[in-house]
Write a protein that binds this ligand. Structure first.
Ligand code: ZN
Length: 155
C-alpha cells in the first residue's frame, strides 16, 4: 500500500445543534479512502458511517466545546472504546479507544462521517465507497465486504 497522497483537505463537522464542532483532514481523492458500515450493536443502532482517522493528533481538531471531556461518553461491553454523543441533540460524533483482538492491541479513532457539514467543496457522500464489516461476530479478520454481513443494513 502506498502512503496517502499529498492533498488532504480540512473539512468541518458538527452535531445537529452545533454544540460540538470540529475540523478533520481527509484525503478523499486517495483511492484507498473508504467509509465503513458495521453490523455491531452500536454501529447499527446509531446508523454510524465510520471513517477511521489514523493520526487524530494531527488530523482532528475539536473546535467546540473546549475538551472532549465535556462531550458525554458512552461505553459498553469491554468499555475500552468511548462513544461521544452531543448531550443536547443526541448525535453520535465519534468513537475512540483501544481494543484487543487475538492478543494484539489496536487503537481506533473514528468519526461519524454523516456529521461532516454538507455543502463543502469536494465533499459528496454519494460518491464514497462504503464497505461493510462484521463487527457483530467480531470477525475482524474477514475482508470488509461489498454487502452487509448478517444483522447489518445498507443504510
Ligand atoms: Zn448537538
Amino acid at each position: 500500500m502506498s502512503a496517502s497522497s499529498d492533498n488532504p483537505k480540512t473539512y468541518t463537522g458538527s452535531c445537529h445543534c452545533r454544540a460540538v464542532r470540529y475540523t478533520v483532514a481527509l484525503d478523499l481523492s486517495n483511492p484507498s479512502f473508504e467509509a465503513t458500515k458495521c453490523n455491531c450493536t452500536i454501529c447499527l443502532k446509531t446508523n454510524r458511517l465510520g471513517v477511521r482517522i489514523p493520526d487524530p493528533e494531527q488530523s482532528f481538531k475539536l473546535l467546540s466545546p473546549a475538551s472532549l471531556d465535556e462531550v458525554p461518553s458512552y461505553r459498553f461491553n469491554t468499555k475500552q472504546t468511548q462513544h461521544r454523543f452531543c448531550n443536547k441533540c443526541g448525535i453520535h460524533i465519534l468513537c475512540y479507544g483501544e481494543y484487543e483482538y487475538e492478543g494484539q492491541i489496536y487503537k481506533v479513532f473514528s468519526i461519524n462521517a454523516v456529521t461532516l457539514d454538507q455543502d463543502q467543496e469536494g465533499l459528496d457522500l454519494r460518491t464514497w465507497k462504503v464497505r461493510f464489516w462484521d463487527g457483530k461476530a467480531e470477525n475482524w479478520n474477514a475482508e470488509p465486504a461489498e454487502k452487509p454481513y448478517p444483522g447489518g443494513s445498507y443504510y
